[in-house]
Design a protein around this ligand. Structure first.
Ligand SMILES: Cc1cc2nc3c(=O)[nH]c(=O)nc-3n(C[C@H](O)[C@H](O)[C@H](O)COP(=O)(O)OP(=O)(O)OC[C@H]3O[C@@H](n4cnc5c(N)ncnc54)[C@H](O)[C@@H]3O)c2cc1C
Length: 368
C-alpha cells in the first residue's frame, strides 16, 4: 500500500496546477489520471486567457480571472526556467467585432484597468465581418495549452510528485465520514486529503461512488469542437471574436477556429455539421483561410456549471474530500487562482479570493 499527504484525481490543467501549489508548500502529492496526463478538456481548449465577453460574467468568475491573468506571465517564465518548455504565453490582444453592450464593456474595463482601443478600419483589412462598436483589448493574452500541460507535468515531476497515468479511480473506503483509502485500477492508496479535479467526469464519479453523501455536484459535459488551419506566420496577428466564435493565431502561424458548445453531450465524436459550420465561419471571417489546409478537427468535454462558476472547497459531509472542478469555458484562464484558493483552504492559510461563491452549499442554494 502506498501513502501520500494529498491524492489528486485527474491530471488536467486544474489537477496539475493544484498539485504544483501543494508541492510548492512542501506536501507529498500523488496524482491519478485515468488516461494520459493533460489529454482531455485542457488539451482541447483554445487557450484564450480571458472569458469571451468578460463583462458578461458573474463576479465570482472575474474574482478568479483577474489574479490568474496577473500570474500567467511569471508562471510561463518560471515553467520555462524549470522545464525548458515554452508555453507560448503571448499578448496577442482580443479583437471583438460586435460589442452591443459597449457601455458595460467600457465600465468593466475601466473598473478593472483593462486597456481598450477603438478598433478602426485598419484592424479589418483582411477580415470580413459585420461590425458593431468593435473594440480591441490589447492586453488579452493566450497560452498554447498543450505546451502548458507538458510544462506543468514536467514541473510537478521535477518537484517530486508521483504521477500515475492509466490509473482510474474505482472506489473509496470511508470511515467516520473520512476517506481512508482510494482504490484505483492500479491498487490502493492511503491518503490524508483527496482532491477531485476530474472536470466533466466529476458528477458521475460522485453518483457512482459517493451515493448518500450530499447531492452530486451539478457539473455537466458541454462538448466543444475545434479546427486547426496550417496558415503561414502573420496571416492573423490578433485573436478575433465574432459573435460566439473565434480565431486564435498561434506563434507559428497556425490558426484555431472555434468552437461549438454542445450541452449535455458526453462523447467526443466529430460531426460534419460542426466541421461545416466552423469552416464557413473561419473562411468567411478570414478569407485567406480558403487557401490554407485545414489539418485537424477535434473535440473536448468542458466541465459545465450553470453560470460557469466552479466548485472549489471542501465537501460538506466528507471531511477530507475537496473539489476543484466545473470551470466550464474558462478553466485555463482561472486555473492559477483556483489552485491557489483550494490549496490555501486546505492548508488553512488566508485566501486572496473570497471562497464563499465556490462552496458546495452556495451552489446548492443557487440551484434551488
Ligand atoms: C473546445 C474548447 C475550447 C476551450 N477554450 C478555452 C479557452 O480558450 N480558454 C479557457 O480558459 N478555457 C477554455 N476551455 C475550457 C477549459 O479547457 C476547461 O475549463 C479546463 O480544461 C478544465 O480543466 P480540468 O482540469 O478541470 O478538466 P480536464 O482537462 O478534462 O481534466 C480532467 C481529468 O480528469 C481525468 N479523470 C476523469 N475521471 C477520472 C477517474 N475516475 N480517475 C482518474 N482520472 C480521471 C480525465 O481523464 C482528465 O484528464 C475550452 C474547452 C474546450 C473543450
Amino acid at each position: 500500500m502506498e501513502s501520500s499527504d494529498i491524492t489528486i484525481i485527474g491530471a488536467g490543467v486544474i489537477g496539475l496546477m493544484t498539485a504544483r501549489e501543494f508541492l510548492n508548500a512542501g506536501a507529498s502529492v500523488t496524482i491519478l489520471e485515468k488516461n494520459l496526463c493533460g489529454q482531455e478538456a485542457s488539451w482541447a481548449g483554445g487557450g484564450i486567457l480571458s472569458p469571451l465577453y468578460p463583462w458578461r460574467q458573474a463576479q465570482a468568475i472575474t474574482a478568479l480571472v483577474l489574479p490568474s491573468l496577473k500570474c500567467y506571465p511569471k508562471l510561463a517564465e518560471n515553467l520555462y526556467e524549470n522545464t525548458g518548455i515554452d508555453c507560448e504565453w503571448e499578448q496577442s490582444g482580443l479583437l471583438i467585432t460586435q460589442n452591443p453592450d459597449a457601455e458595460a464593456a467600457q465600465n468593466w474595463c475601466h473598473k478593472y484597468e483593462i486597456k481598450t482601443e477603438v478598433a478602426d478600419a485598419l484592424f479589418f483589412e483582411n477580415l470580413t465581418a459585420d461590425l458593431h462598436n468593435p473594440v480591441f483589448l490589447p492586453e488579452i493574452a493566450q497560452i498554447r495549452n498543450p505546451c502548458l500541460l507538458k510544462a506543468l507535468k514536467q514541473d510537478v515531476l521535477n518537484k517530486g510528485a508521483r504521477l500515475i497515468e492509466n490509473c482510474e479511480l474505482t472506489s473509496f473506503t470511508l470511515h467516520n465520514q473520512n476517506i481512508c483509502d482510494v482504490h484505483s485500477s492500479q491498487g490502493k492508496i492511503s491518503t490524508k486529503e483527496i482532491i477531485m479535479t476530474t472536470g466533466a467526469w466529476t458528477r458521475s464519479i460522485f453518483q457512482q461512488h459517493l451515493i448518500g453523501f450530499f447531492d452530486a455536484p451539478e457539473i455537466y459535459a458541454a462538448k466543444g469542437q475545434m479546427l486547426l488551419f496550417d496558415a503561414p506566420p502573420n496571416t492573423l496577428t490578433h485573436i478575433v471574436l465574432d459573435d460566439d466564435q473565434y480565431l486564435i493565431p498561434r506563434r507559428d502561424g497556425k490558426i484555431i477556429a472555434g468552437s461549438t458548445v454542445e450541452y449535455n453531450v458526453f462523447h467526443k465524436d466529430l460531426t460534419i455539421e460542426a466541421l461545416e459550420k466552423l469552416m464557413r465561419f473561419a473562411t468567411t471571417l478570414l478569407p485567406a483561410l480558403k487557401n490554407v489546409p485545414m489539418i485537424k478537427h477535434w473535440a473536448g468535454l468542458r466541465p459545465a456549471t450553470e453560470k460557469g462558476i466552479p466548485y472549489i472547497g471542501r465537501h460538506p459531509k466528507i471531511h477530507n474530500l475537496s473539489l476543484n472542478a466545473g470551470h466550464f469555458r474558462n478553466g485555463l484562464t482561472m486555473a492559477p487562482a483556483s489552485a491557489q484558493l483550494l490549496v490555501d483552504l486546505i492548508l488553512n492559510r488566508p485566501t486572496v479570493v473570497n471562497p464563499t461563491p465556490y462552496q458546495f452549499y452556495k451552489h446548492l442554494y443557487a440551484a434551488t
